[in-house]
Design a protein around this ligand. Structure first.
Ligand SMILES: Cc1ncc(COP(=O)(O)O)c(C=O)c1O
Length: 387
């Protein structure tokens, strides 16, 4: 008899897999399905990135193990990128660490920061690994509701002082998945003050820093005065450079936290495949026109969905960033029931907000991962269905 470790019970929201099974069943039944559920970029990396990968991949010498921390060249490229984009100065030797995707960092961070029973403050709704990583470490979660009436920011004043005293880690993410919400530097300043007062570490996931629209520029959490003393920030090349399958990302910020994470990671695994680090360097140091083009593509897609929905009377806010639209359920159904109905009547597959936490249940998440004409087709199908 094979038994499962108790901690496995907290893995993977069944809602995601249930919706995906239904989506696959529709495809198997020959229906035309438009997949707007999976947040994987459909756009390719720029040619100079693929070329750097190709060039490095044909050299016999590049197939050995690499160090978990990252090559000097990669760490320097990440530090310079941060300086240029956010005016944050980083020591590439101590304040930058490579990651096998930011998911790697989010999965392992709590393991080296918290003891069983310690509290980790996580957003609800939130990207699932924010909760899964701490749960695997035996942490207790305190879910910070992100509600429209608070502009999707946690109400820091509403968190009980006893909870704050037991908290070891807070995880934040702006621009946000799934909410597409953004945060101001004033909010980050409040977070930094609270983290100093109660001595917890803050991890800010900045995966969508470059998928920004209409001239909006998000502030780096690390640019907040005092942030580096208590926090780290994750950036990923997955969305910025359309390299999701490459698993290239990095953490920056507090040297002690990064050294703990590095110690754990180097015991668990090795570093990023050398040719992929070369591709990462090409991405970070090369022309950033590809990033502007990617953001512009998502902006146009956002407009098709947001304008299209609003024209049919489904009132949806227009996000300033990310590759997602967070739309209120237009019926009295739960988000799950609505998503199933939507799929079966129109073939449009999206994710119910409840997959990201109980506070998401009145919403659905639409990923802008199809070209303009397919998005327009999905609006048309929904219009015909909702009448
Ligand atoms: C908020 C957020 N963080 C992290 C990730 C994971 O990114 P990576 O590919 O770097 O592991 C995603 C992917 O969708 C995300 O939305």
């Amino acid at each position: 008899m094979i038994s499962q470790a108790v901690r496995m019970e907290s893995l993977s929201s069944s809602i995601f897999s249930e919706v995906d099974e239904l989506r696959k069943a529709e495809i198997a039944a020959g229906k035309s399905v438009i997949t707007l559920s999976i947040g994987s970029p459909d756009l390719p990396p720029a040619p100079h990135i693929i070329e750097a990968l190709n060039t490095a991949a044909i050299s016999n010498q590049n197939y050995g193990y690499t160090l978990s921390k990252g090559t000097d060249e990669f760490l320097m490229a990440a530090a310079n990128w941060y300086k240029q984009k956010f005016n944050v100065t980083l020591n590439p030797e101590t304040e930058v660490h490579s990651l096998l995707g930011s998911q790697d960092g989010l999965a392992h961070l709590a393991l080296c920061m918290v003891n069983p029973g310690d509290i980790v403050l996580v957003p609800d709704p939130g990207y699932p690994i924010f909760s899964v990583g701490p749960l695997m470490a035996g942490a207790e979660l305190y879910k910070m509701p992100l509600l429209p009436e608070n502009n999707y920011l946690p109400d820091l004043k509403a968190i009980d002082k006893d909870i704050l005293r037991r908290a070891k880690l807070m995880i934040l993410n702006y621009p946000n998945n799934p909410l597409a919400a953004t945060a101001s530097s004033d909010f980050f300043a409040e977070v930094v003050a609270l983290a100093h007062e109660y001595s917890f570490v803050v991890c800010h996931d900045f995966a969508y820093s470059e998928l920004v629209f209409d001239g909006y520029r998000p502030a780096s959490f690390l640019a907040t005065p005092g942030a580096k003393e208590i926090g780290i920030e994750f950036h990923s090349l997955s969305k910025t450079y359309n390299m999701a399958g490459c698993r290239v990302a990095f953490a920056v910020g507090n040297a002690q936290v990064l050294s703990l994470l590095g110690k754990l990671k180097s015991n668990f695994d090795y570093g990023i495949f050398y040719p992929l680090q070369k591709a990462g360097v090409a991405a970070l140091t090369g022309s950033q026109e590809c990033v502007r083009n990617t953001a512009m593509t998502y902006q146009q897609r956002r407009d098709i969905i947001v304008k299209g929905f609003n024209n049919i009377g489904w009132h949806v806010a227009s996000p300033q960033a990310t590759m997602f639209v967070w739309a209120p359920v237009p019926t009295k159904q739960t988000s799950f029931d609505f998503v199933v109905d939507l799929l079966q009547h129109t073939g449009v597959a999206v994710v119910p907000g409840s997959a990201f936490g109980a506070c998401g249940d009145r919403f659905i998440r639409i990923a802008l991962v199809q070209p303009n004409e397919i998005l327009a087709e999905s609006v048309l199908r929904i219009k015909n269905w909702l009448g």
